[in-house]
Design a protein around this ligand. Sequence first.
Ligand code: NAD
Length: 354
Amino acid sequence: MLIDHQRLTTFITEIFVASGATHPVALEVADHLVTANLKGHDSHGVGMVPAYVANIRAGHLAVDAHARVVRDNGAVLLVDGGTGFGQVVGREATDLALERVRQTGVVCVGVRNCHHLGRIGAYGERCGAAGYVSVHFVNVVGHAPQVSPFGGRERRMTTNPFCCVVPRHAAPPLVLDMATSAIALGKVRVAHMKGESVPEGALVDHEGLPTTDPAVMYREPFGALGPFGLHKGYGLAVMCELLGGALAGEWTAQPDNPRAGTIINHMLMFVLDPAAFGGLERFQNEVEAMTGYLHSTTPAKGFDRVRVPGEPELESMAARRAGGVPVDDNTWAGILKSAEVAGLDVATVQRLTG
Ligand code: NAD
């Protein structure tokens, strides 16, 4: 089905309100999730609602928690999320970083113990829109690992996203925002929900043999998701685990730490002011020249044009704002079930979804 993004946002907001969140918090989370769908990342969109509602009910997600500064060393801040919505805590931590970087030129913020941060690009884009560069290393804990290390069969980490954002003059920022697994786990979930295969090279079965069947991630004997880019992607995933997990969160995927079946993200975020270097204008002139140089590349066979990171999401957003957000039947059934679990009655759901 296709659903209008505003109608979808209102419906998801009401599910979170019925789950105990205040309206502003519920709206912020719903808006973040629907924006992920608009940007083409259904893996991190409204399909996450059932997991969030289940985690609220299990006591794993504190709907009223906000970012709390536990250490302030000037250019270094440590923020605890109290297992609150990552979308709220992550945005609040980003705002603290933006406030501080105006004084210090560079700031490093550790964000620990928040529930799923969702699309990491959301925090980078906030920095980029304010004219700052940002770099984000994130790990994912709270449940069993799903990603195997390069050369290994068993699961040792999760999809550990990395993000880097560069502001542009009079244009949206360049946004590199990606899982360090071969594909995002949510994309495996979406393929599983739709009964589709995943691209070759992303999954191995329990014997370490390549497979395109997403079911190996959901039924025993379990397979694993591999890292992107062989040893290099694996190396970046390790650094996300150690910088986001060990440094910011003091909680990595190693088995001495708890795995209660929730989703916890830790993020180490650097924000840099171009004015502390040669200045915003000179930096952006060079960014524009380089971006134009990349765009001028003749497309290879099978490609329409060369893009820079962040452009596919802008194209998706324009198309989905106009034409609606596609939601597959299994995902929609899961969302309707969570609305019921949260306590919304059938008439209210019908009114909200049309
Ligand atoms: P992806 O593979 O779709 O895109 C990765 C990056 O490549 C993006 O920056 C995109 O703009 C860029 N890109 C794609 N096609 C391009 C092209 N033709 N030319 C130039 N650049 C191009 O993303 P993904 O790895 O599936 O990640 C999806 C989302 O999942 C991200 O928003 C990420 O933050 C999120 N995520 C979150 C968590 C978490 O725990 N919170 C974990 C993993 C992933």
